[in-house]
Write a protein that binds this ligand. Sequence first.
Ligand SMILES: [Zn+2]
Length: 105
Amino acid sequence: MSLKRCTSKNNKKAQSCLKCGGGLSGLKDDTVNTCVCCGQQHLVDFYSSGTLVLTVAERPELRRRHIEPKEESPVDEAAQADFNARLAAFKSKWAETEKEKAANE
Ligand SMILES: [Zn+2]
């Protein structure tokens, strides 16, 4: 039996029990739905994208309801300054090499 299923809510299979495949009715976001056929409980999540996610109640850790917005990785200013310094050094070194090449030709 599946422990979790993500489907479009328009998919007929979306609203069926993960255990016995029986139809589920009265699915509501953020509720526990109990299958009338076998008693399997499902955690129900509707997403605004139109996705319906069913997770068995026994495995709530599989549920990813609250997706944390990605934190901006703090820019390490010291590392950034160091990188800029290296880049500047590389560029001037490269410019010198180019000048030498031109001089030798
Ligand atoms: Zn069932």
